[in-house]
Design a protein around this ligand. Sequence first.
Ligand SMILES: [Zn+2]
Length: 358
Amino acid sequence: MFFQCPNCKKTWQYPIDKCLDCFVALERMETKKAKIIGVSKTTVSTIQHKNVPYFVLLLEDEKGNKWAQKSKKEYKKGEEVVLEAKNGKNVVAIWRIKYDVLEGIERTIDLLGGLMINQEDGSSSLQINSETKILILPALDSPKHPYFAANTNPKFLEGMVRYLIKIGANTKNIKVVAQSFSEIPIEASAQKSLLFKTCLDYGIIPMDLSSTNFIKKTGEGMNFEISQEVFDAGLIINLPILKIGKASSSENILKFLKKENYLGLKYLQPSEEIVEKLNNILPPYLTVSDGEVIQKSNQFTFFLGIVMAGFNPLNIDRVFNEIVMFKDLPESLKKIKIEDMEIVGREIEEVQCDAEKI
Ligand SMILES: [Zn+2]
């Protein structure tokens, strides 16, 4: 994605707010096509790019913007790069970003076929309009500043809200929900993480799920108490942040449960089992995972620069841990075979890095 000054027409590849010369707000340059104008093959591996050989493509869009991109596949000069969308419950979309989370969110959702997918196989949502009631569940687990990457980044929530507005949603019908499963009041985490501020910036009222009604549901012998808000929404978006060695995308949805219900269930079985059974009861929901700056297993952070999306968050967690080359997988992810996975956008090898060694 490129950004242009409407005044002097200078362009940038980064979402800086204002033109450095004119101090005018930059505009996004929406482009559709990319043509290969150069290819080079790399045969020397580095920590960030372990698998060789790979290709570095020089691309140019229809407006003359040029950029480089890593590719597993070899292309010929003059070829056009076409991104094909795929839908289905198990597809995982990956996109690489350079600080522009809105582009990542937009691309990954488009790669899944947009917000209008088959109801039958459960991979569904619907075409949204200004009346659609939308529920967004960011990861909000601790009272920490965004740079710790403990909670969904406020910029990522903002990107999602901007995307929804762009495709026709009304912020009056968007609810950002959260719940504390610990002793820490949710308000403290919401403030410190700056997610609360993002909500206010867009006139969205944040909601504490613990104050909502809970509905009893039973699935495969497990008794759940799920917030009524989930069943009232027309579109549910799970908006977690990725964490190395964790199943953070799938476990985030446990926040839809009543706290006591969750603690009771967790006492008896591992959380992955709860997630699996809960997924069969919840209405279809979309997961879009924040992978821009992420936590390693030692909780230090680093810039990975990806966004992932799909209708099965367990698949997202599995693919993510493959991307960061994490071997000691959580139980829930061990049985998911990476070979069976359908991936769109960028290939695992193109964004892969040995994250724990960086
Ligand atoms: Zn300018």
